[in-house]
Design a protein around this ligand. Structure first.
Ligand code: NAP
Length: 364
C-alpha cells in the first residue's frame, strides 16, 4: 500500500521492446495473477501507446474477469492483461492521430465500440451490441505500457495526479450518464446513494454533492459510515433500519427522494429505497453484483409516475461532462493504492469490501 500523493507522471520514452506486466493464463483466484515480462504493444493507426502510471482495480471488470465469470470469460483471450481505466504519459502515437503528442499526461476511458450502428450514431454508444472494454476485449493496463484508441484518451488537467484522473474517468462518466438520463442534477436535488462506500457509489454521491444536491448515503457498516461522514456527508444512514424511508424523508425536510442510484441489486436495499422515492422520482441502476431480481410495486409505480432506468455505463459525451467537473475541482475518493507487483493483494482487498472509494495499482 502506498500514498496516492506519491504518484508522479512517468517520462515518455524511449519505448523498450519488452515490459513488465501482470498476466494470467488460467481463470482462478488472485494467485493466478503473475508478474512477468511480455512484448511491449505497438500502437496501430488511430491509437496511442500510454506509459501507465496508475490503473483501477474494479470488482466487476477485474475480479469477475480473473475468476472466469460470464460475460467476461467468453470475452477474454488467455493469457490476458487486465486493467480498464488508467492514466499515464503518451509514449508513442499511431498513424492518423491528431491532438495528442509524446509526453502528454492522459487518462483513458475504457469503453469503446467495435463497429458503428444506430446507437453509436445517436450518441448512446454504450447501448450498442458492439460495446467493448479495454482490459477485457483487448489487453489492459496492468502493465508498463498499453495501446489504446486515441478517441478514448483525455488530457489530464495540470493539477490532477494519475490516481485522481483514474478515479474519475470511468466512474465519473457513469455517474454523469446516470444524471443526464434523469434530466440532470440541480442545486437542491434530493438524491439517495445506497452502497456509497463503493468505488462507483462514492463517486456518484460526491459528484451529486459537488453539483449541489442534498445527498443521503448508506453503508451496512458503522466504521464505513464514519468514513462517509469524514468525506463531508451529513446524512449517513443504514438501509438495514426498518424506518429507513422515514429517515430519508426527515433528511429531505419531509419530502421523498427524486433520484435513487442503486448499483447493488440487493432486495432489501431496493425495497427500502423505493419506499423513500418521491412521486415522479427515478431509480437508476448501473450494476447488480449482489442480486438480479428485485420487487417492484407496479401499482405504486404508475400511480406515483415513478421510473426505473438502467444505464449500462458511460459514453464519450459523459466522459467530457465528468472531465469538466474534474477541471472545476471535483475529486473522487481514492481508498488506497498498491504497487503493480501486489495486484493479487489488491484483488483480495477489493473482494473483502473494506474499501471506501477507488482502489488503484501504481506502476513505478
Ligand atoms: N456499469 C458500470 O460501468 C459500472 C462501473 C463500476 C461499477 N459498477 C457496478 O457498481 C457496483 C459496485 O461496484 P464497485 O466496484 O464500485 O464496488 P466496490 O467498490 O467493490 O464496493 C462494494 C459495495 O458493495 C456493498 N456491499 C458489499 N457486500 C454487500 C452486502 N452483502 N450487502 C450490502 N452491501 C454490500 C458495499 O457497501 P457497504 O459499505 O455496505 O459494505 C460497497 O458499497 C457493482 O454492481 C458494479 O458492477 C458498474
Amino acid at each position: 500500500m502506498t500514498d496516492s500523493s506519491a504518484i508522479s507522471w512517468p517520462e515518455a520514452g524511449p519505448v523498450p521492446p519488452s515490459m513488465r506486466a501482470v498476466t494470467f493464463s488460467e481463470f482462478g483466484g488472485p494467485e493466478v495473477l503473475t508478474l512477468g515480462e511480455v512484448e511491449t504493444p505497438e500502437p496501430q493507426a488511430g491509437e496511442v501507446l500510454v506509459r501507465v502510471a496508475a490503473v483501477a482495480v474494479g470488482r466487476t471488470l477485474d475480479l469477475a474477469a480473473r475468476a472466469g465469470l460470464e460475460p467476461f470469460a467468453s470475452a477474454v483471450t488467455l493469457p490476458h492483461i487486465l486493467g480498464a481505466e488508467h492514466a499515464g504519459t503518451v509514449a508513442a502515437v499511431g498513424e492518423g492521430v491528431t491532438g495528442l503528442a509524446l509526453g502528454d499526461h492522459v487518462a483513458t476511458f475504457p469503453v469503446y465500440n467495435a463497429f458503428e450502428d444506430e446507437y453509436t450514431r445517436s450518441g448512446h454508444s454504450e447501448v450498442s451490441p458492439g460495446v467493448r472494454m479495454i482490459g477485457t476485449h483487448r489487453p489492459g493496463a496492468y502493465a508498463q505500457y498499453v495501446a489504446v484508441p486515441a478517441s478514448n484518451v483525455r488530457i489530464v488537467p495540470a493539477d490532477v495526479d494519475p490516481a485522481e484522473a483514474v478515479a474519475v474517468i470511468l466512474a465519473g462518466a457513469v455517474a454523469m450518464n446516470q444524471f443526464v438520463r434523469v434530466g440532470g442534477i440541480h442545486e437542491g436535488s434530493r438524491v439517495v446513494v445506497p452502497g456509497a462506500t463503493s468505488a462507483l457509489g462514492s463517486t456518484t454521491a460526491l459528484l451529486a454533492k459537488h453539483l449541489g444536491a442534498t445527498v443521503v448515503v448508506t453503508s451496512r457498516d458503522e466504521a464505513k459510515r464514519a468514513r462517509l461522514r469524514e468525506l463531508g456527508f451529513e446524512h449517513v444512514l443504514s438501509t438495514h433500519d426498518e424506518d429507513f424511508a422515514d429517515q430519508v424523508r426527515t433528511a429531505f425536510g419531509g419530502l421523498g427522494a427524486q433520484l435513487i442510484v442503486d448499483n447493488l441489486g440487493l432486495e432489501e436495499t431496493w425495497r427500502r429505497c423505493f419506499d423513500a422515492l418521491a412521486p415522479g422520482g427515478t431509480v437508476v441502476t448501473s450494476g447488480a453484483f449482489l442480486g438480479l431480481e428485485v420487487p417492484i410495486n407496479v401499482r405504486r409505480l404508475y400511480l406515483l409516475s415513478q421510473r426505473v432506468v438502467g444505464v449500462r455505463t458511460g459514453n464519450l459525451a459523459s466522459v467530457d461532462l465528468a472531465w469538466a467537473e474534474l477541471s472545476a475541482g471535483f475529486r473522487a475518493q481514492i481508498d488506497r493504492t498498491f504497487p503493480l507487483e501486489d495486484a493479487a493483494h489488491a484483488h483480495r482487498y477489493v473482494a473483502s469490501s473494506e474499501n471506501v472509494g477507488r482502489v488503484i495499482l501504481t506502476i513505478g
